[in-house]
Design a protein around this ligand. Structure first.
Ligand code: ADP
Length: 225
């Protein structure tokens, strides 16, 4: 059993989910004038929805979190609080997943109070119903047991964060040296997924650059923190 319940998401699944999401929006007869992508996770779904619903206006609002993959903890807020006039417009606010719901709530409240659209509806591919503080107007999958969706657009970032966690946790138990193969094996044990060598190499390069580990021959050695 993996330590962290993780699902490796493929690009084709994204296209399929967004197609179904677009269908739901269409079936309800909602015709948005503008799509607003919550950055960064909502970018790809928002762009696909524009294509599938033939919407030409796409803007983005970044909600910032302090926290890393699979351990989002702290306060969310609007990073660049710019103002645009959306009076009279219908808005579809899009994110990849509704987990705690904090991002979408903050984005929705900000848009309603500052951009003043005529109407706003929310959409996400996944909705983690037991933990979310809000139910999106449109969603494809209701997730009943918490899962980390390893979307293709955060693969390098997640792999880096996952490696970092493995290395730091294992260092507490005295393991300070790793081969590439050991790290990959542990990654698969912890997360139950395999992201492929390209991503493992990118992640290791980042950990070398940020000084968590150093290279000694074929081994990666944890540096004193
Ligand atoms: P939301 O307001 O959409 O619930 P959160 O504030 O909980 O989002 O999380 C912020 C962002 O972090 C999400 O939009 C998503 O990009 C990412 N994220 C959160 N939870 C998960 C998860 N379980 N799997 C993958 N990505 C996630």
């Amino acid at each position: 059993m993996p330590k962290v319940n993780t699902k490796l998401v493929l690009w084709d699944e994204i296209v399929g989910w967004c197609w179904r999401l677009a269908d739901k929006v269409r079936m309800e007869g909602f015709k948005p004038d503008v799509v607003v992508a919550i950055a960064r996770g909502g970018y790809v779904p928002a762009r696909l929805l524009c294509d599938f619903l033939d919407i030409h206006d796409l803007i983005s609002l970044q909600i910032l979190h302090w926290g890393k993959a699979a351990e989002i903890t702290a306060v969310a807020h609007v990073k660049y609080p710019f103002v645009v006039d959306l009076s009279g417009k219908k808005v579809l606010l899009v994110d990849d997943i509704i987990d705690t719901g904090d991002s979408v709530i903050i984005a929705r409240d900000y848009i309603l109070s500052k951009w003043k659209p005529a109407e706003l509806k929310t959409a996400a591919m996944q909705w983690i119903s037991p933990v979310a503080k809000i139910k999106p107007d449109f969603y494809v999958e209701e997730v009943k047991e918490w899962v980390w969706y390893q979307y293709p657009w955060t693969r390098a970032e997640d792999t880096t964060n996952f490696f970092e966690k493995i290395v730091k946790e294992s260092a507490k138990e005295g393991k300070l040296e790793w081969t590439y193969e050991e790290l990959v094996k542990e990654f698969r044990n912890w997360y139950g997924i395999d992201v492929g060598e390209t991503y493992y190499r990118i992640a290791l390069t980042r950990l070398l650059e940020n000084g968590l580990i150093e290279r000694r021959g074929e081994r990666y050695v944890v540096r004193r923190q």
